[in-house]
Write a protein that binds this ligand. Sequence first.
Ligand code: ROI
Length: 193
Amino acid sequence: SPKRYREKEKRKPKTILGAVKKMASEVITTYVGLGSNLYNPIEQLNRALTALTSLPTTCVVQASSFYQSEALIEDAQNTELKLPDYVNAVAELITQLSPLSLLDNLQQIETNQGRIRDPHKRWQSRSLDLDILLYANKEVIHDRLHIPHYDLTNRNFVLIPLLEIAPELKLPNGSYIKTYLNSCRSGKIRKLA
Ligand code: ROI
């Protein structure tokens, strides 16, 4: 009957409601840092970039060159710790995913590429590390997520690829990111061909 048809039409599938809740109301520009120092890092980053292009409601706008950099280790006590060099890059995305939903998606990509998390080990080699560096000009403080990334302005292997694709970018506090280049930690870094 016509009445029945109308009722059916009104009922929204659960999956769509679920997806909508996870979405930001606007399209957001976000920057994601990529890093790997295990199991063919260049291959890991290429695979990750491909995976980023198929995230829901998300497009990869541009990606930086790949940079090889000395592993930064912040554990000054642990002089024994020697990690292999990293390959790092930064990707610019536009997305409608919320910050936490984007984080879930990035962690899924890390897991798909064989990353094992050891909650007891902070400084460890990893096949793939994906960090949300910036999310529009928003600040996010959450158990699982700090945006801007807490160490963004200290890391040359983040600043150099980020500034390559977005030289005029600012932090939420209004300061130009390029002003941090001179004062950041400057381990050896070189652009890969
Ligand atoms: N060092 C470099 N050069 N690149 C990274 O991506 C990186 N990531 C990390 C630590 C261990 C801090 N060192 C790094 O998590």
